[in-house]
Design a protein around this ligand. Structure first.
Ligand SMILES: NC(=O)c1ccc[n+]([C@@H]2O[C@H](COP(=O)([O-])OP(=O)(O)OC[C@H]3O[C@@H](n4cnc5c(N)ncnc54)[C@H](O)[C@@H]3O)[C@@H](O)[C@H]2O)c1
Ligand SMILES: [Zn+2]
Length: 367
């Protein structure tokens, strides 16, 4: 749908302002699939995804894989090549899957971006080809930026492999890398072509990463689904043992709520200032930067949620005591809601010690 409106309202033409108001709408859609053993040759999902728009074409594909994932699953790149060979009518790998640094490392240095863009150029990946990103949220963010900026946007298939990337970042519309310590400073809003979640990747994750991803489930439950929040409380035992049915439900429900918020929340590209999906994230991003990412994103979000629920109570928006219920849930899931960096003060900052703050300082001295 497109339209050129003349004259605009208000009419600025007499003052030398705009003569036309250009306006058009672009509809976005992308499938989000949950499966198991995505790269097993008998699983048709990746093939069908690549062939979705042009069934009789062989598509050039370049695959970037998280090296942290490869470390725990050394056969993965072979599995991907074998899959491409088994589906050679639709998928042409332009080179062997490329291992890229996993975790925040890939987001902290811009040369990774230029290096990947160079591979895309060298191997003639065009706008009918595919970039396939396999990994945690950091790799998806960095490869997503590469796909969005090469040829002004190449089709991107995300294969998220952590709890956090399957239940949150992978299904979203953002990508980014960090600049000089500023979290997510360089990035774009660019919806993917498809998101393929393989729940078996979660089995390989260290416990710390599994726990970290659950912070986003608490966040989205708090902002959008009280029933899901109660389910999280009731499922603490199963979730802290990482039982497959509970983890699988938690990831899917969380992803659904994120998808619904993006599609129906009225601000998919976050132009406004409400940004409900960023609940708990203001402090989180600061904590990640101040700790040079020693505190994982999800761990920082858990602290941010604890702070924001406390502020919500102080602002009269939540009933007193609810912040304790949220903190209890987070702690039972395995989060620590304090980090020494929270005590850090800028040289010119005013210090307003709270009773809790004073007690902790006393405790630290006493202990
Ligand atoms: N774009 C968005 O909307 C959005 C939203 C939330 C978070 N993020 C970003 O996501 C990043 C955090 O993502 P994350 O929590 O997925 O962590 P991560 O990407 O940092 O990965 C954590 C570690 O797990 C490894 N790994 C990945 N998959 C594995 C697997 N299956 N088994 C074993 N190890 C595996 C990685 O190599 C890395 O060392 C942050 O940079 C954050 O800013 C982006
Ligand atoms: Zn987040």
């Amino acid at each position: 749908m497109s339209e050129v409106v003349k004259p605009p309202v208000p009419d600025l033409s007499t003052t030398g302002g705009s003569l036309y108001l250009q306006r058009f709408t672009v509809a976005y859609e992308y499938p989000v699939t949950f499966t198991e053993r995505l790269f097993s040759a008998d699983n048709p999902i990746l093939h069908d995804t690549v062939a979705r728009l042009e069934r009789n074409r062989r598509h050039r594909c370049i695959v970037f894989v998280d090296d942290g994932l490869c470390a725990v699953r050394p056969t993965l790149t072979d599995e991907i090549e074998a899959y491409a060979n088994a589906h050679a009518a639709a998928i042409e790998l332009v080179m062997a899957p490329v291992k890229v640094p996993g975790g925040e490392k890939i987001k902290n240095e811009l040369f990774h971006i230029e290096w990947m863009q160079g591979l895309i150029q060298e191997h003639r990946i065009d706008r009918h080809s595919f970039v396939i990103a396999v990994g945690g949220g950091a790799v998806l963010d960095a490869v997503g930026l590469v796909a969005a900026t090469s040829h002004r946007g190449i089709r991107l298939i995300r294969v998220p492999t952590t709890v956090l990337s399957q239940n949150d970042s992978g299904v979203g519309v953002k990508n980014s890398v960090n600049l000089k310590g500023a979290k997510n400073f360089v990035g774009t809003f660019a919806p993917p072509f498809a998101v393929l979640n393989d729940l078996t990747f979660i089995d390989d994750l260290p416990a710390r990463e599994k726990i970290a991803g659950m912070a986003e489930a608490v966040k989205v439950a708090l902002i959008r689904d009280a029933h899901f929040f109660r389910w999280l409380e009731q499922s603490i035992d199963a979730l802290s043992l990482f039982e497959r049915p509970a983890m699988s439900f938690m990831i899917r429900r969380c992803a659904e709520l994120h998808l619904r918020q993006i599609a129906c929340g009225g601000d998919p590209f976050e132009s406004g200032s409400a940004r409900p999906l960023d609940f708990g994230h203001w402090a989180a991003h600061k904590i990640e930067s101040l700790t040079r990412n020693h505190v994982r994103h999800g761990e920082a979000v858990a602290i941010g949620i604890a702070l924001d629920t406390r502020y919500s109570v102080l602002a009269g928006l939540l009933a007193p005591g609810f912040e304790d219920r949220v903190a209890a849930l987070l702690e039972l899931l395995g989060f620590r809601l304090w980090h020494p960096v929270l005590e850090a003060r800028a040289a010119d900052a005013h210090d307003y010690p709270t009773p809790g703050h004073r007690a902790r300082r006393r405790g630290a001295r006493d202990g």
